[in-house]
Design a protein around this ligand. Structure first.
Ligand code: HEM
Ligand code: HEM
Length: 227
């Protein structure tokens, strides 16, 4: 005799549009929004004609440096899908994805490439900023250790790389606008942490996150005290 379907299974609600696997632990989500805010603030204070904002520009720059250090450490021992190995990508995989072969990991191949590019560009911008100088009021904390040629080179780089950062952010936002138009829950994943994917869930690891944040702040603080 065949078994009747259980009532609890029959009454199970349909999956919600945002349902999915928890791929982003809260420390990574918090990191993302702090990073987005500090990058936006750095661009605003850097590009504003108001020189009184340059002190805030340096403070926000140090926050970006701390966030990059946190992210570097978190990519080594952080959540399952936030580690370096999770961002493996290649031109072949990117092409295959655009030809319709779905991503197998937590990140899409073009998404991984863009994320790696953003990390790299922001790191270059911060490193150049540490040596940059406007030759009047404001200079990065390491400018006094560089020769005039080196400081001019780094200032020139700092005046150019941010355009590439703006371009990368525009691609990032456009990609999420396309997802949103297609009613794909991807853009919401940085709020909910969840997205539809056939991967094991991440773990929250909040004690590790607090220790990592403490290490990143201590590194930036002591570095600035030393110079
Ligand atoms: C520790 C980090 C940073 C330091 C020490 C730093 C330092 C400086 C300094 C000294 C200037 C003035 C240079 C001049 O006007 O000639 C400047 C300008 C600027 N910075 Fe930064 N910066 C840092 C991070 C960043 C970040 C993360 C961004 C953006 C993502 C950024 C974007 C800009 C922009 C757009 C300008 C104006 C460039 C222009 O006038 O063409 N900086 N920065
Ligand atoms: C200035 C603005 C922004 C910047 C600089 C930025 C930067 C980044 C970075 C660096 C990552 C990689 C996270 C990591 O794995 O380390 C990322 C991922 C992500 N961002 Fe943003 N973001 C910005 C705005 C936004 C907005 C407005 C949304 C959503 C509506 C968004 C949604 C996402 C999502 C969903 C991911 C994960 C992508 C994936 O799973 O591959 N971001 N963003």
């Amino acid at each position: 005799m065949s078994e009747a379907p259980s009532t609890s299974a029959a009454a199970a609600p349909p999956p919600r549009a945002t349902a999915g696997v928890l791929v982003w632990e809260w420390p990574l989500r918090l990191w993302h929004w702090l990073f987005a805010a500090c990058i936006s603030g750095s661009l605003y204070t850097g590009l504003s004609e108001d020189i009184s904002l340059l002190a805030w520009h340096l403070r926000l720059g140090y926050c970006v440096l701390g966030l990059l250090l946190f992210r570097l450490l978190w990519a080594i021992w952080g959540g399952r899908h936030a580690r370096f190995s999770s961002y493996a990508t290649s031109p072949g995989r990117i092409l295959a994805y655009f030809k319709g072969i779905p991503a197998t990991g937590a990140h899409t191949p073009p998404g991984s490439a863009l994320i790696l590019i953003m990390w790299l560009l922001v790191t270059m911008q911060v490193l150049a900023g540490l040596f940059a100088s406007d030759e009047i009021f404001t200079e990065g904390p390491l400018a006094r250790y560089g020769s005039d040629e080196w400081v001019a080179l780094m200032t020139g780089a700092h005046h150019r790389i941010f355009w590439l950062i703006i371009a990368a952010i525009l691609v990032h936002l456009s990609a999420h606008a396309v997802y949103a138009l297609r009613r794909d829950p991807m853009p919401l994943s940085m709020f909910t942490g969840r997205k539809p994917a056939s991967v094991p869930p991440t773990d929250q690891r909040w004690i590790a996150a607090l220790l990592t944040a403490f290490a990143a702040v201590a590194l930036v603080w002591s570095g600035l005290e030393l110079v």
